[in-house]
Design a protein around this ligand. Structure first.
Ligand SMILES: *Cc1c(COP(=O)(O)O)cnc(C)c1O
Length: 386
């Protein structure tokens, strides 16, 4: 539980973000690999070796735990390092369920890495909870869900899916990268573990790669601490500092991100050259009501398809302000082509089956002036006419 009533305050003052020794209002960057011991077995305040624990990283870890209402947080070298470490909670013979449209790298981790140690996976449709529960295989031990999911922004009822998964004894892992604890707190909706690519909104400035995990039980805390230290994919102190700094402004950034995204979604929806807009913040979106019941708003990410008389290559090359790049969640607007970029590691047949068409465009709306973003998109759409 957070010591603060409102998350806007916890973002700035949560965790152990002041320095006990000097009173510095920012956590120092502890560039040290090891810590002096006063005698055999006498470690000062428990610090021993910086893979096991570093004060800057520990400040970040206590902050994310507080923001998500979890028992403990862990910081990793990337989002995939966080997910990969959490997957070590499972063993040979276990099956992990993946909600359709999970991040391509998560799919690849299950498909080409975990499979080598005998952990299998199935892709499941989490939109119909009853059908989902009926179809859970007997060897399933865990489920990884994203809501809204990447890149079609499909919404899963996290409360209902967690309850159904728990009835069958599954561990529920939610990848909350797209929403952050500012917009959605999965542990409070029944999930067991939350993971983040903190590279995205949490850091917020496209200047680092980081991952976080938050757990809810003592058993998971002990096991993930052991795995984090044993595998060693930890976040360095400088990046931990930058991430703490990014999180302080998460609230104001997200407010502007979401305002811009909502306006752009409405504008795209009324554009004659736009076939479809995927954004759970639109009242017409099938996920609107469910998303509203579990999140503060529809978030920032949106995807859209242009009508068939548009050339998508010309659209991308005509953009001047919005940058064509992988990733998302930075202050600058980024656009990408999931079929050839973020989701290229998923075979085309599977991609098409889940609705990731070759014409799909994903937009990570930045915090620039919204009229400037719209003008750039409008110009590129106009120039993309075949
Ligand atoms: C980017 C991303 C990841 C992977 O995180 P990295 O920090 O790039 O390793 C995982 N899940 C989602 C939803 C992402 O967007």
């Amino acid at each position: 539980m957070s010591q603060f009533k409102n998350i806007e305050t916890a973002l700035i003052h949560g965790g152990s973000t002041t320095d006990e020794t000097t009173g510095a209002v920012n956590v120092p960057i502890y560039l040290t690999s090891t810590f002096k011991q006063d005698g055999l077995g006498q470690r000062r305040q428990g610090w021993e070796y910086a893979r096991t624990g570093n004060p800057t990283r520990a400040a970040l870890e206590s902050l994310i735990a507080e923001l998500d209402g979890g028992l403990a947080g862990f910081a990793f070298a990337s989002g995939l390092a966080a997910i990969g470490t959490v997957l070590h909670l499972f063993s040979t013979g276990d099956r992990i369920l993946l909600s359709s449209n999970v991040y391509g790298g998560t799919f690849r981790l299950l498909d080409q890495v975990a499979s080598h140690v005998g952990i299998t996976y199935s892709i499941v449709d989490t939109s119909n909870v009853e059908a989902f529960e009926q179809s859970i295989p007997a060897d399933a031990r865990g489920i990884i869900v994203e809501s809204p999911a990447n890149p079609l922004l499909t919404v899963t009822d996290l409360r209902a899916i967690s309850a159904a998964a728990h009835r069958k004894g599954l561990t529920v892992i939610v990848d909350n990268t797209f929403m952050t604890p500012y917009l959605q707190q999965p542990l409070k909706l029944g999930a067991d573990i939350v993971v983040y690519s903190a590279t995205k909104y949490l850091a917020g400035h496209s200047d680092l790669v980081a991952g976080l995990a938050v757990v809810s039980t003592e058993e998971q805390r002990e096991r993930i601490a052991f795995l984090q230290n044993s595998i060693g994919a930890v976040l360095p102190p400088f990046d931990s500092y930058l991430l703490i700094r990014g999180i302080k402004t998460l609230g104001v950034r997200m407010d502007r991100h979401v305002d811009n995204a909502s306006r752009i979604a409405l504008w795209l929806q009324s554009h004659p050259a736009v076939k479809h807009v995927y954004y759970p913040g639109l009242k017409s979106d099938p996920g609107y009501e469910t998303n509203r019941s579990q999140a503060r708003n529809g978030g920032v990410m949106l995807s859209f398809e242009l009508t068939d008389n548009r050339d998508i290559r010309r659209f991308f090359s005509s953009l001047r302000l919005v940058t064509l790049a992988e990733s998302l969640g930075g202050v600058e607007s980024l656009v990408c082509h999931p079929a050839s970029m973020t989701h290229a590691s998923i075979p085309r047949e599977i991609r098409l089956k889940v609705g990731i068409t070759d014409g799909l465009i994903r937009l990570s709306t930045g915090i620039e002036n919204v009229d400037d973003i719209i003008a750039d998109l409008d110009n590129a759409i106009n120039l993309s006419k075949k």
